[in-house]
Design a protein around this ligand. Structure first.
Ligand code: NAD
Length: 484
């Protein structure tokens, strides 16, 4: 079999992974079917993993169930020590992880290193402390209120941040005393294999963390509908999230859903426009626009609209498309041919709907090989149009003018989503007042940094529940009231 990508990019040990990780062992799947893993920068196959089945899911859930009584009885300090060992084992693999993500996702190596790997390592380190220190009991009147681990967790994750989306579930689940079966995205499973190499090395008790790769309709549905799964923690599209709720509904299983977004970046007239545009464009294009929190609608006061469009054009010109391993590359390809095709469809639709193309578009040059789409900006986008309403999940920015703050808030809230957002103003009190009016799970004022200890999640169709920090930990717990 011909597997492309030089060993300097993808470790040979990752190319052919024929096993699942169940009950602390690398074990053969029930079927011999394999899933090809592609390098989206070249379109070449670079690896293969098993296509798990419902029988594999049964085995993995049984292992997680068997491990639960002993694991849930460990002390917070013991669980913290396990997470600390996992952090050490994963840190030792940081370079391999970054190169693997650059290959199977197409993320530029610098982004893969700093964000795709750096952030989940921070999240894991935070959970070493959270596992040990987060309060598990409180007194309310004559009640002792106890937090207990929820049980067996099915973690189903997307491809866009293949390590972070997994870590945002695994770390709190382990910290809380739950056991887990992970199904990573079929597009980026190699990263999860490296993680489970670290899990093996860290010596977590058998069955606490299990890995079953495979497709959504087979492994994902078997997990979401499994009678012995207590919580389905899902990150992905809103359509799949709705399907998972239905599968979990019959047995009233808990669901935690991190879904899509169409976040607004509100630039008030007194803002530092150069900074607001530079950071706003960077946010919209991060990871080639394949970021759920991307500020894909830029709302600019009409007094500064033309000035903003000039600044946007100049900023986008600095985003060079290319090979993720070339240090001058700022944007990689989209993850797959299907994703690139979907994004091109959104661009064509926006043109047909009368939006004004400012940069990029269908005829802009892109590398000959790979699933590249040029960064594209539309101005005069109608707030009700498809481009302003639908998640594109590619490097496409919609710019919308407004005349006053009330109108800006109304446009920002005119969305079925509510995941993230931003406000820019020289007057931070005014910005805070606008932030409070946005129906969304997070708002950044004047480019304030991401806080991995703050609750992360969405209003409306952007999801249900929160990840990260103490609030994320609570998603993996039940509450018991003991009256005395
Ligand atoms: P997706 O919904 O297609 O797939 C996500 C995961 O669900 C994959 O592992 C997939 O195999 C699985 N899946 C697919 N169909 C399934 C089914 N019927 N039953 C069970 N599992 C199934 O999403 P994607 O294309 O991988 O990711 C992109 C989407 O994820 C975007 O909409 C993006 O906004 C969203 N996302 C949200 C967040 C967040 O935190 N809110 C973060 C990242 C991505």
């Amino acid at each position: 079999m011909d597997l492309a990508a030089p060993p300097s990019q993808l470790p040979d040990s990752l190319r052919l992974r024929r096993h699942l990780h169940i009950g602390g062992q690398w074990t053969s799947p029930a079927d011999a079917d394999l899933i090809d893993v592609e390098n989206p920068s070249t379109g070449e196959r670079v690896g293969q993993v098993p296509a798990g089945t419902a029988a594999d899911v049964d085995r993995a859930v049984a292992a997680a169930r068997a491990a639960f009584p002993a694991w849930s009885a460990t002390t917070p300090a013991e669980r913290s020590a396990h997470l600390d060992r996992l952090h050490t084992a994963l840190t030792a693999r940081a370079d391999d992880l970054a190169r693997t993500i650059a290959v199977e996702l197409g993320a530029p190596l610098k982004l893969a290193t700093r964000v795709q790997v750096g952030l989940p390592l921070t999240v894991l380190r935070d959970h070493v402390a959270l596992a040990a220190d987060a309060p598990v009991e409180e007194s309310i009147g004559n009640s002792l209120v106890v937090r207990e681990p929820i049980g067996v967790v099915a973690a189903i994750t997307p491809w866009n941040y293949p390590l972070h989306q997994v870590m945002a579930k695994l770390a709190p689940a382990v910290a809380a005393g739950c056991t887990v079966v992970l199904k990573p995205s079929e597009l980026t499973p190699l990263t999860a294999y490296l993680l489970f190499d670290a899990v093996s090395e860290a010596g977590l008790p058998p069955g606490v963390l299990n890995l079953v790769p495979g497709t959504g309709p087979v492994v994902g549905e078997a997990l979401a509908g499994h009678p012995d799964v207590d919580l389905v923690s899902f990150t992905g599209s809103t359509a799949t999230g709705a399907r998972i709720m239905r599968l979990a509904a019959d047995r009233i299983a808990r669901v935690a859903l991190e879904l899509g977004g169409k976040s607004a970046n509100v630039i008030l007239p007194d803002a530092d426009l150069a900074t607001a545009v530079k950071v706003g464009v960077g946010n919209a294009l991060l990871n080639s626009g394949q970021t759920c929190t991307a500020w894909t609608r830029m709302l600019v006061h009409r007094d500064r609209y033309d000035e903003a469009l000039h600044l946007i054009t100049a900023a986008v010109a600095g985003y060079r498309l290319g090979d993720p391993f070339d240090p001058t590359t700022r944007l990689g390809p989209l993850v797959s041919a299907a994703q690139a095709e979907r994004v091109r469809g959104h661009i064509d639709r926006a043109l047909a709907d009368g939006a004004r193309l400012v940069v990029g578009g269908p005829d802009a040059p892109v590398p000959a090989r790979g699933h590249f789409v040029a960064p594209t900006v539309f101005a005069d986008v109608h707030p009700d149009s498809a481009l302003a309403q639908e998640e594109v999940f590619g490097p496409v920015l919609a710019v919308i003018p407004f005349d006053d703050t009330d109108e800006a808030v109304a446009i920002a809230n005119n969305s079925k989503y509510g995941l993230a957002g931003a406000v820019w103003s020289a007057d931070t009190d005014a910005a805070l007042a606008v932030a409070r009016r946005l129906r969304t799970g997070a708002v950044d004022i004047n480019g304030a940094p991401f806080n991995p200890l703050a609750p992360f999640g969405g209003y409306k169709q952007s999801g249900l529940g929160r990840e990260l920090g103490v609030h994320g930990l609570a998603e993996f717990c039940e509450l018991k009231a003991i009256q005395r």
